[in-house]
Design a protein around this ligand. Structure first.
Ligand code: NAD
Length: 418
């Protein structure tokens, strides 16, 4: 893994750049660059044929100065310690920039879930939940779904925890089914914050998002909801893509019809209402007003950034732009709304889920969406304020400045101990 793509190095580089503008001690800087603790465990699990297999799993608790640790659990063969550490740091900075009273964590198991039966996955998950039990809890650390995990895995973790603790504690996990204490609006939350932040960015540029042309890379949960909501604001979605390639139509695509086509065929490619098929790199370099990367990390590197023509980029995906590409985009005066604000809708509505669980009360979808809008809009303008008042190089640096300051302020209140 080269230094450039090692995600933990990227995280540390982002913190070091922002920390120049924040008054923190050297000791605090070290604290803000590394996780507080990382659990590494080897799960020995019985397979359906009676054999046993061992799976390495991690939980990184990056920072809990502002509240309980919060972050997803992913199942993927590429899960590794460095990536989990980086992702836990981004969660800590995301909850801080969103202003929700939570810390940051992330977990994962090195596994390709497609190769295992449901009962094997249940035993793997319950084994991990047993290892996690001393670390997690409604006031300690609250896991959530991530890549290749969903409501099913969260229900297994919650049930294991509740059984071992002899309690009912729905708030120990978020991302639950509504019937199990999940929140209205969670499924749309990430796309919604991506669009709300973009709407405010156009306002900042004295433009109206309704006049914008839009390209969206990735047509999963975050990408398709972004396309649908931005179109509802009057914008024209001219291009979308997925792992099979992209489609383009200057007159605009119908996001709902494209979603239907993907549901039927497995891809956006082949949709009859489009003019052209394009590659993912062509999509990222289209001359559009708004570009939304909503697929993978590191898709825009320094080379590709030189060809980016969008005026505003709203990062639905985590880490789609490499640090070197950021430098190129700064030189081109592109507004990049960083992932830790743009896609913070997901963790913000997870926070609402946790609040509702603690209240044992269910909010309406309208209330969830209204509360989310006011948080994203307020935090966007806080970011503008930091960017302008400190004359910062980018919105990303502004977001890290705000997050670092908020964590440092919280830590300063209690000081080091003993
Ligand atoms: P998803 O699995 O629902 O969708 C991912 C999409 O990306 C799919 O359409 C897939 O075909 C596409 N894709 C995969 N490889 C690609 C490639 N090489 N080129 C182009 N497209 C490719 O995932 P999601 O939940 O929509 O998440 C997308 C991104 O948003 C991830 O980076 C995720 O970490 C981030 N994110 C999601 C949430 C959330 O609540 N869903 C919250 C925060 C961040």
């Amino acid at each position: 893994m080269s230094d450039e793509v090692n995600p933990f190095s990227s995280l540390q580089r982002q913190v070091e750049e922002a920390v120049q503008y924040v008054d923190v001690t050297e000791g605090m800087l070290q604290r803000l660059k590394s996780p507080e603790r990382v659990l590494e465990t080897n799960l020995t699990v019985e397979m359906d044929d009676g054999s046993t297999e061992v799976f390495t799993a991690y939980r990184s608790q990056f920072n809990g100065d502002r509240g309980p640790y919060k972050g997803g659990i992913r199942y993927h063969p590429d899960v590794n310690r460095e990536e989990v550490k980086a992702l836990s740091g981004w969660m800590a900075y995301k909850t801080a920039v969103a202003g929700v009273p939570l810390g940051g964590a992330k977990g994962g198991i090195v596994i390709d879930p497609s190769e295992y039966s449901e009962s094997e996955l249940e035993r793997v998950t319950r084994s991990f939940a047993t290892e996690l039990r001393p670390l997690i809890g409604v006031d300690q650390d609250i896991p959530a779904p991530d890549v290749n995990t969903g409501q099913r895995e969260m229900n297994w973790i919650k049930d294991t925890y509740e059984t071992l603790e002899n309690t009912t504690e729905p708030g120990v996990i978020t991302g639950k089914a509504i019937e199990n204490g999940g929140s209205e609006g969670r499924v749309e939350a990430t796309g919604r914050s991506t669009v709300l932040a973009a709407r405010e960015a156009f306002d900042y540029r004295d433009e109206d998002i309704a006049d914008a042309t839009v390209a969206v890379q990735g047509y999963g949960n975050a990408g398709w909801i972004t396309a649908k909501l931005v179109e509802e604001l009057g914008a024209t979605v001219v291009a979308v893509s997925d792992s099979s390639g992209g489609i383009y139509d200057a007159a605009g695509l119908d996001p709902v019809a494209v979603k239907e086509h993907k549901r039927n065929t497995g891809s956006v490619v082949g949709y009859q209402g489009a003019d052209d098929e394009i590659s993912n790199d062509e999509l990222l370099t289209l001359d559009v007003d708004l570009l939304v990367p909503a697929a993978l990390g590191n898709v825009i590197d320094a080379d590709l950034a030189g060809d980016v023509e969008a005026d505003v980029i709203s990062e639905a995906a985590n880490g789609p732009i490499t640090p070197d590409a950021d430098d190129v985009l700064e030189g081109k005066d592109v507004i990049v709304i960083p992932d830790i604000l743009a896609n913070a809708g997901g963790v913000t509505v997870s926070y609402f889920e946790w609040v509702q669980n603690r209240q044992r009360f269910h909010w309406s979808e309208e209330r969830v969406n209204d509360e989310l809008e006011s948080i994203i809009v307020d935090q966007f303008w806080n970011l503008v304020d930091a960017y302008e008042s400190h004359d910062l190089p980018s919105f990303r640096v502004a977001a890290y400045v705000i997050a670092l300051q908020r964590i440092d302020d919280a830590a300063e209140e209690f000081g080091p101990w003993p």
